[in-house]
Design a protein around this ligand. Structure first.
Ligand SMILES: *[C@@H]1O[C@H](CO)[C@@H](O)[C@H](O)[C@H]1NC(C)=O
Length: 451
């Protein structure tokens, strides 16, 4: 029998202690002997049968070693069919580990030269700091799920609604400016920066929508139309959409004289989530009626209606990477993040997060999302898409994390809660620092063995 030895070293972070285990679908006919060692500890692996997938290598125990795990597999395999095994290892590793596996070294495979038989680097895991790098006090920041009180401008200015006032915090200079005080008869329910970063829309308790010029702290418009509080705002160039407790969404063109140009009716309860797609052609809205609707630029009726969530839909995010890919999250009775293809009007997947989903933001720099949660952990989760494996879970807020905004460079998020703090977290890399999937693909000798 002609055999070769394969030395396989996998380095992976300690958190995912058991994820790499059983990652190789092993055809026992191709392996006559194998052994594993881990951090100088010899381990006797088990081979278990798993349904139709054949057998898997299950090391008995894994140990930590300077913060990382080293799994060394020494495989003696038959030459014939070895390439198929290698392909299985590559695709199995990629599928199970996503980007957590730092390195996959292969050696001793001279007898099996060919595509994929070389050192293959899988993208290094990103360290996400578990603590905020800054905490700001935000006295009187409301603990109200239906409000949207924090937004970060393209000019790097954070707007925060605190009670009857809006404050601006300049992230470059740390300078705080009080933009406005609506007085005792009104209150701030939502803030939203126009894309160019000079104008801020403010939705109020009395159903007004005000436009402020932040460069001179002047109110330039006050628009009527809603009967009740305005908790959601979304800009699309000069168009501003406002969602209200009166169940309606008003479309406003701030260049026009009229306060609003059209009224979108469909929700049967308060509108609390509102996001325009990146191409400004589709508006997604979520309501306390558990409904997620999608409207186009001209419709006054929803073009798509999704009824799968079983609690209020406040968390909405469009993918900046794939046209027509929409994510939504449900409240306490639902706890799910769902993905939709709005091009084909289909439900793609569902992830039960275990807690109320309050916000979702999709990173532009990497294909990952961040969600913020309420009961019971008040956590912030960074997810990889589409595997929905957790990259990090950040805790610290003592109230549900109702507010979320992302910095203009896409690297930092700020979260706000009824614990009256704003916390700043470094969660995403800069766009430049990314090894792209295609670079990894290119390193595997022109053949896609890692998908
Ligand atoms: C949506 O479905 C269409 C047609 O099947 C497909 O081409 C597109 O890639 C899908 N988009 C997403 C985000 O899944």
């Amino acid at each position: 029998m002609s055999t070769v030895w394969l030395i396989l070293i996998i380095i992976f972070p300690p958190r995912d202690l058991f994820t790499p285990i059983g990652l190789f679908p092993v055809d026992p006919a191709r392996i006559s002997l194998f052994s594993t060692s881990l951090c100088r500890r010899s381990l006797q692996p088990r081979v278990v049968r798993r349904g139709t997938e054949g057998r898997r290598i299950i090391p008995v125990r894994m140990r930590r070693c300077s913060g990382m795990h080293f799994l060394v597999l020494r495989l003696r395999i038959r030459k014939t069919g070895g390439q198929g095994l290698l392909d299985g290892i590559f695709s199995g590793t990629k599928r199970r580990l996503g980007n957590q596996c730092t390195r996959l070294f292969l050696s001793g495979f001279d007898g099996l030269s060919g595509p994929g038989v070389s050192n293959v680097a899988i993208k290094a895991p990103r360290k996400v700091s578990r603590s905020p790098y800054k905490v700001l006090d935000a006295p009187a920041l409301h603990d109200d799920f239906y409000l949207n009180l924090v937004d970060w401008s393209s000019h790097n200015v954070l707007a925060v609604g605190l009670g009857t006032c809006v404050y601006l915090w300049n992230a470059c200079s740390s300078k705080v400016t009080k933009l406005c005080d609506l007085g005792n008869d009104d209150g701030v329910c939502s803030v939203g920066w126009a894309h160019r970063g000079t104008h801020l829309a403010v939705g109020t308790t009395n159903g007004k929508v005000q436009i402020w010029d932040a460069s001179c702290c002047k109110r330039i418009r006050a628009m009527e139309g809603h009967r009740l509080r305005v908790g959601a705002l979304a800009w699309s160039s000069s168009m501003l959409s406002s969602g209200s407790r009166d169940k309606s969404i008003l479309q406003r063109d701030i260049r026009a004289q009229e306060d609003f140009v059209s009224k979108l009716s469909g929700h049967k309860s308060e509108v609390c989530g509102l996001k325009w797609s990146y191409d400004n052609r589709e508006l997604a809205s979520g309501g306390n009626d558990n409904r997620l609707f999608v409207w186009n630029q001209h419709s006054t009726q929803p073009v798509l209606k999704y009824c799968e969530h079983t609690a209020a839909v406040k968390a909405i995010a469009w993918s900046p990477h794939l046209h027509g890919l929409l994510a939504s999250g449900g409240g306490t009775a639902d706890r799910c993040i769902r993905f939709w293809n709005t091009t084909t009007n289909s439900h793609l997947s569902c992830m039960d997060t275990g807690s109320q989903v309050c916000n979702l933001v999709w990173s532009k720099n990497v294909n990952e999302l961040v969600s913020t949660h309420g009961y019971s952990q008040n956590q912030i989760i960074v997810w990889r898409y589409p595997t929905m494996s957790k990259l990090a879970t950040l805790t610290g807020h003592t109230f549900r994390v109702l507010y979320l905004a992302i910095s203009p460079d896409g690297q930092t998020i700020v979260t706000g809660a009824g614990d009256e703090t704003l916390r700043f977290w470094n969660v995403f890399p800069s766009p430049k620092s990314q090894n792209t999937e295609s670079e990894i693909g290119a390193s595997s000798l022109g053949r896609t063995t890692i998908r």
